[in-house]
Ligand binder design. Structure first.
Ligand code: FAD
Length: 325
């Protein structure tokens, strides 16, 4: 297949925080690029979380490259709205060319580059996140109650008067269980006893560990004891049970806080899976922000910058452009 029309150096697919961090470094490197984002406005997955969602890091440890996140003007850690405002302002500040309401369906290799739904670029960076592919295990099949996922949870009012089972011993499970405790008939089930990170580990220490310690934060525990979780735990409202079918079957609603998968359907034509089933980029097609497998802590605000920079350098080298170091 050949290419036609004007080709850009790079097309970035996804305009959440990872796409913007890529844009920042592409600008600095002097490459021409466009960012294509499926949503009508800025904010990525931060537009969709539950109402009480707070960052587990203070603003000063939640910054993208170049411009620190402004201080959160209220008590506690920043809300998702604060992040959305920051991302919107960041995009403006660096004049990042984001084309909205543009969902990429497929990326194909063509002579000397890539065809992205009929647009052409020498290289692609995919930053489509994971929120769009909630994972619910097979155990949910055939259960009589309503089966929700973290991605569908908003607030306790949505479930008033119900028997609710929250499944999952990670951060989402703990935070949603804490949010519901005292408001619904709650059971929190986990596969193994929940492992809280030591209370004194705040956002700063967390990201330090995530980026530097072998095994990352997971080596220390699974749950950041953010204030609402700590409070519910200390009041004895979080009493995890082992998951069993009987409990699940007795629920009006089960909320599966069982994680997300990378949203990579658009890359299927590239065949980036290796023999072990791992997805790997190539010098001119990069995956950014999906998890530690795409760079240490790259699925966090503060962690995505260094991986974005490395991806842009590799692309600049592959294209023979001297990127500013
Ligand atoms: P997203 O925010 O998902 O952005 C991807 C963008 O790509 C979206 O706008 C989407 O619409 C678009 N897109 C998807 N598919 C396509 C397509 N085919 N074509 C075009 N566009 C497409 N991180 C922290 O640093 N601190 C925290 O406190 C924190 N808390 C978190 C709490 C929760 C509940 C979750 C789930 C994550 C949290 N994270 C946190 C992790 C991470 O920062 C977020 O998940 C963040 O949204 C990831 O950004 P992203 O840019 O990689 O993906």
């Amino acid at each position: 297949p050949g290419r036609s029309g004007e080709a850009l150096n790079v097309i970035v697919i996804g305009g959440g925080q990872a796409g913007l961090a890529a844009g920042y470094h592409l600008r600095r490197a002097g490459l021409d690029f466009s960012i294509l984002d499926a949503q009508p406005g800025p904010g990525g997955a931060w537009l969709h979380g539950w109402d009480s969602l707070r960052l587990f890091s203070p603003a000063r440890h939640s910054s993208l490259p170049g411009w620190p996140m402004p201080r959160y003007p209220h008590a506690g850690y920043p809300t998702a709205d604060h992040v959305v405002d920051y991302l919107a302002a960041y995009e403006k500040r660096y004049e990042l060319p984001v084309e909205r309401s543009t969902r990429v369906r497929s990326v194909r290799r063509v002579d000397g580059g890539y065809d992205i739904d009929g647009r052409f670029a020498d290289a692609v960076i995919s930053t489509t996140g994971t929120w769009w592919r909630p994972f619910i295990p097979a155990a949910a099949r055939g259960l009589p109650g309503r089966q929700l996922h973290t991605a569908h949870y908003r607030n306790p009012r949505q479930l008033a008067g119900q028997r609710v089972v929250v499944v999952g011993g990670g951060n989402s499970g703990a935070q949603i269980a804490a949010d519901l405790a005292g408001h619904v008939d709650l059971t929190w089930t986990t596969r193994r006893p929940p492992r809280y990170l030591p209370d004194e580990i705040d956002g700063e220490a967390l990201f330090d560990i995530a980026t530097r310690r072998p095994g990352g934060v997971g080596a220390l525990g699974d749950i950041v004891a953010v204030p609402p979780v700590r409070e519910a735990r200390d009041r004895g409202l979080l009493n995890p049970q082992r998951m069993n079918r009987h409990t699940l079957a007795g629920a009006d609603t089960v909320i599966w806080c069982t994680g997300f998968r990378p949203a990579l359907d658009h890359l299927a034509p590239l065949g980036l899976r290796d023999r072990d089933g791992q997805v790997r980029g190539e010098p001119r097609s990069h995956l950014l922000g999906y998890g530690d497998w795409t760079g240490p802590a790259s699925a966090t605000l503060v962690g995505v910058g260094p991986t974005a920079r490395a991806a842009v350098r590799t692309i600049a080298d592959a294209l023979g452009v001297t990127a500013r170091r």
